[in-house]
Write a protein that binds this ligand. Structure first.
Ligand SMILES: *Cc1c(COP(=O)(O)O)cnc(C)c1O
Length: 340
């Protein structure tokens, strides 16, 4: 067992996901794009809990720690269509805990389905109590009120930050690096680069920490879908530093952080034309669903980097972080396609 695995084994963890997730070839998509590069996908959209996604890996450690501290209530925040909020609600339900979601309206000008369908609908089926607020600036006050109310009733609430991106949450992706290393070795698969969507940064930070500790030097290209790189990069570095310290493993060198914001478009949750094309291509050439906020932009980036010959190696791994429930909140995207 590596030092990384021993350190991970010491952290409290509650099993929530269907792990390991498969790695599959996307040969239909590669054929449709018509050049020599093969595409593989790491199916973290298939982590199992209430339609899955990347937050399940983080929640195994976050909720493990909360339970070890005696918590009975999980409080978290994210956009109205937050996948993290939906997966947190599911984790709470599975473990017999209460769940409170505080969801700020962050994405203007959407279809009415945005507040009625997709993840927002599933939060209700998963038994969470949902409070919508008008601005991100309102979240802290409402969370403080909910924490106080819960404590005054004798509850033991814990607050999980947006995206579950804390050093504890990052352990889930350090663990995913161990999983990946084993899968690549068993399949004798050589991957030249990894592409994934980056929002609150914990997925990328945890993965880089785990890969560094294992000596797995595959370039990882993070595609920003939340904000410009200048804003996101310091957050990812800080999370990686704190996660390495917590695990007692070597720091991730500066040169490993590769963030690109060229596919962000007008901002978080706002679709772009190349996102729509990536969604359509994955759907019709592979039967693979992406999502309208994260993986659609990351796949658009993979396609254009590959077309420019800017992906190292013959095989690229797309890390599918989930989010397909969000498709139901963006019906206008499918309508725009069928009429074009
Ligand atoms: C949260 C999320 C991401 C981004 O993960 P971070 O750890 O927040 O950077 C990517 N894809 C999907 C579908 C997500 O829900």
């Amino acid at each position: 067992m590596s030092g990384l695995e021993a350190a991970l084994a010491r952290a409290p963890r509650v099993p929530l996901g269907h792990l390991p997730t498969p790695i599959e070839p996307l040969d239909g998509m590669a054929r449709a794009l018509g050049d020599g590069v093969r595409i593989f996908v790491k199916r973290d959209d298939c982590t199992g809990l209430a339609l899955g996604g990347n937050k399940v890996r983080k929640l195994e450690y976050l909720v493990g720690e909360a339970l070890a501290a005696g918590a009975d209530t999980l409080i978290t925040t994210g956009g109205v269509q937050s996948n993290h909020a939906r997966q947190t609600a599911a984790a709470a339900a599975k473990l017999g805990m209460r769940c409170e979601l505080v969801l700020p309206r962050m994405v203007a000008g959407r279809d009415p389905a945005y507040e009625a369908s997709g993840n927002r609908l599933l939060d209700d089926w998963l038994g969470a109590r949902v409070t919508l607020v008008d601005q991100p600036a309102d979240v802290a006050r409402v969370v403080a009120e909910i924490l106080a109310r819960s404590k005054s009733r004798g509850g033991k609430p814990v607050f999980i930050p947006a995206g579950g991106s804390t050093p504890t949450g990052c352990l889930g992706y350090a663990q995913a690096a161990v999983e990946l290393a084993g899968q690549l070795e068993r399949a004798r698969l050589e991957i030249g680069s990894i592409v994934l969507a980056v929002s609150t940064g914990g997925t990328l930070a945890g993965l880089l920490v785990g890969m560094e500790a294992l000596g797995l030097g595959i370039p990882v290209i993070g595609i920003g879908v939340f904000a410009a790189t200048a804003q996101v990069a310091p957050v990812v570095r800080d999370l990686a530093t704190r996660t390495s310290l917590r695990l007692g493993v070597p720091h991730v060198p500066d040169t490993r952080f590769d963030l690109r914001d060229r596919w962000l478009g007008a901002g978080y949750g706002l679709p772009t034309d190349d996102l729509r094309e990536a969604l359509a291509l994955a759907g019709r050439s592979e039967g693979l669903l992406l999502d309208p906020v994260y993986t659609g932009k990351a796949m658009a980036a993979l396609i254009s980097l590959r077309q420019q010959g800017n992906l190292p190696g013959q095989n690229v791994l797309f890390w599918h972080t989930g989010g397909s429930p969000g498709l139901f909140a963006y019906p206008e995207l499918a309508r725009a396609r069928s009429s074009s």
